[in-house]
Ligand binder design. Structure first.
Ligand code: ATP
Length: 432
């Protein structure tokens, strides 16, 4: 059965155990911003590394780049963002809260918070502006990128010229994007700055449907491989009036957060919109030349777009369990912040502590591992369960006699004894 307070519990666990903190907290916070703590940053990095490995390193047809957050403002004119990237807002005349018109349930024309009357819809561009140059008034306005995709299109010719990839091929990027979101998000679901993992997959026009279907499978399977529950996922196609200005077909992979399906990732068929427009605006020929026929044309694009932070949240929703007296995050070992924790049975027995420290430091050369010698063993186990550490290794008196330790499995809570020399192999086998 679904737990209706899951979000509240996850927010509290994230704060208490150092995954996610409210942004600028000591100054009263800054709405829609969050900072990731020592465990949160590990989970974020593991998600991103897993993505990069799956879609860049393990494939022959995708190359990575790392483009700038600041791009020439003409990029956003060519991409249509300055005119077409628009949110429609309504404001409550009584409580002055603002809402995105597309986020209100259909047919609702009253404030969902206080029931007040709403203003007429107003258009608004969610790109953040800043300035280049020392004097604000004279300086050039520039935007923080609202998506990572455009740096890929801008570098299309550079990648083609240096690597000569053949269609179909992709260019991938992970990085921050910024949007002046006005709707208050649920925790890290909707924030002003967030990270995206995007691929522009360049194809022949006639093959777009085939690759669209293929990417749907790849996106869903990747989420599931990280522990996102497949039964809480569904695909939803955008209706005609919902489609972004560049898209001919978009489908969202939605995740059921607390009984409500919401966008986790988006998959868009962007046609040749971006390359064609950048060619026209920049005056540079961004066509691809077929190496066999010599024919020049604009490749079409299927774009899988993944949000790092929404992945993080969907993973926590999927992994959180309350069992007997413990809370446990059943994170996949590949993405768990700590792969193991090492304990001396007693903190005041020098031989135990020294032996445990040697094991801990040796494991740390290869894995991110935790050390804990506070409280009793039961408490230490529970503390590690709550942050998703898959294995706990305890050095006890028998260790001093036969060089074996106990290793306890987070999910089964079963313990087994293994030789100290076998620990790395034991972990490696289960993490890869
Ligand atoms: P929404 O309709 O929820 O505003 P969107 O359709 O504008 O999302 P896209 O432009 O498709 O989002 O962005 C691709 C991905 O980037 C999303 O699927 C999501 O994972 C992530 N994303 C977009 N906006 C935010 C945000 N404000 N905070 C966190 N992640 C975001």
């Amino acid at each position: 059965m679904r737990d209706n307070n899951l979000l509240t519990k996850i927010v509290s666990l994230c704060k208490r155990r150092g995954f996610v903190f409210p942004g600028s907290e000591i100054y009263g916070g800054l709405a829609n911003t969050f900072d990731y703590g020592p465990l949160g940053v590990e989970l974020l990095r593991n998600i991103k590394n897993h993505w990069w490995r799956t879609f860049v390193h393990q494939r022959e047809d995708i190359l990575g780049i790392d483009g700038g957050i600041l791009l020439n403002r003409r990029v956003w004119e060519a991409s249509g963002h300055t005119t077409g990237f628009i949110d429609v807002l309504v404001e409550c005349k009584s409580c002055h809260k603002r809402f995105r018109a597309d986020h209100l349930p259909k047919g609702i024309n009253k404030c969902p918070e206080c029931g007040g009357e709403l203003t007429e819809p107003r258009k608004f561009n969610p790109m953040f502006k800043t300035f280049i140059g020392p004097v604000e008034e004279e300086a050039a306005v520039i935007y923080l990128r609202p998506e990572t995709a455009q740096a890929i299109f801008v570098n299309f010719q550079n990648v083609v010229n240096t690597f000569r990839p053949k269609l179909p091929f992709g260019i991938a990027q992970i990085g921050k994007a910024f949007r002046n979101e006005i709707t208050l998000g649920k925790f890290i679901f909707r924030t002003l700055e967030f990270e995206q993992m995007e691929i522009e997959y360049f194809i022949q026009e006639k093959e777009w449907e085939k690759y669209f279907e293929e990417w749907k499978q790849l996106m869903e399977n990747w989420a599931v491989s990280l522990g996102v529950k497949r039964e809480w996922l569904r695909w939803r196609a955008h209706t005609k009036d919902e489609l972004a200005h560049y898209s001919k077909r978009t489908e969202d992979l939605e995740f059921e957060f607390e009984g409500e399906f919401k966008e986790l990732y988006g998959l868009a068929y962007r046609t040749d919109f971006d390359l064609r427009n950048h060619s026209e605006h920049s005056g540079k020929d961004l066509r691809y030349q077929d190496p066999k026929t010599g024919e020049k044309f604009f490749p079409h694009v299927v774009e899988p777009s993944f949000g790092v932070n929404r992945t993080f949240l969907a993973i926590l929703f999927s992994a959180y369990r309350e069992e007997d007296k413990r809370v446990v995050l059943r994170l996949k070992p590949q993405i768990a912040p700590y792969k193991a924790a090492v304990f001396p049975l007693l903190a005041n027995k020098k031989e135990l502590v020294e032996k445990a420290r040697r094991i801990y430091l040796s494991l740390k050369e290869e894995f991110n591992v935790a050390w804990d010698d506070r409280g009793n063993i039961g408490k230490r186990y529970f503390a590690q369960d709550e942050i998703g550490t898959p294995w706990c290794i305890t050095v006890d008196f028998q260790t001093l006699k036969d060089n074996t330790v106990t290793i306890r499995d987070r999910d089964t809570t079963k313990q087994e004894r293994i030789g100290v020399g076998k620990i790395k192999e034991y972990l490696k086998k289960r993490i890869s």
